[in-house]
Design a protein around this ligand. Sequence first.
Ligand SMILES: CC(C)(COP(=O)(O)OP(=O)(O)OC[C@H]1O[C@@H](n2cnc3c(N)ncnc32)[C@H](O)[C@@H]1OP(=O)(O)O)[C@@H](O)C(=O)NCCC(=O)NCCS
Length: 221
Amino acid sequence: MSETSPSKEGPILTIVGDLVALGPLRRDLLPLYQRWVNDLGTMRTLGLPPSPMTSEKEEEWYERQSKTEDDTPFTIYERETLRPIGNTGLHGIDHRNRTATFGILIGEPECRGKGYGTETTRLMLDYAFTALSLHNVMLQVFEFNAAGIRAYQKAGFNEFGRRRKSRMMGGRLWDEIYMDCLSSEFERPVTTGKEWGISAWLSPEGTARIEVGSDYGETAR
Ligand SMILES: CC(C)(COP(=O)(O)OP(=O)(O)OC[C@H]1O[C@@H](n2cnc3c(N)ncnc32)[C@H](O)[C@@H]1OP(=O)(O)O)[C@@H](O)C(=O)NCCC(=O)NCCS
């Protein structure tokens, strides 16, 4: 069994929300991760080329992601069943400028449209702002990904720009949309359960609101 394989106690969980929980990447889940990114529809929304992802390429991705200091990759679990359902992460983390780029994949199709993507996004924003002290998190999403855009808006992201007609899909060109969220705009609490979520980082007693002082002396909720 690898170090990150689930033990009798279940998988390691770093952040626990109401609907989902997030834990480290796991080598034993590589075949599952590989299956998720071999779905053509998923490749399309992630902007991956529509070519098969081999286990060798997936292994390389895992080797890079499991060791890099610039990214924080997680496995997403359905909280109730602890079934692995996707991946998420902050990428290109720049601590000097306090920025990062957000990415997400709910790999199990039947787990989409249940609020899991929205909660994962909110948990990751809270993690970025509260645990990593970042100030600006951005993402890219294609105009045709209505579920993604809606989930990101609900989680706290706002559009700040578009690269127009830059993505070919289904015989037409679509915009690439850029969204961001500032720590000073982000609304907490993310979860209802007082012991859950990244709130524990700053507030072990789980008070409903975390006061996070920024560099500029303002108070970011
Ligand atoms: C995009 C993704 C992360 C969203 O996560 P999710 O768990 O499916 O999303 P949620 O259930 O939290 O929210 C989806 C919202 O979009 C809405 N939605 C879904 N399909 C829609 C459509 N075609 N048009 C408009 N709204 C739509 C849902 O109704 C819901 O909004 P509501 O709660 O106000 O009703 C997930 O579907 C996914 O991983 N897809 C494949 C990979 C991907 O696209 N990754 C992101 C690349 S940027």
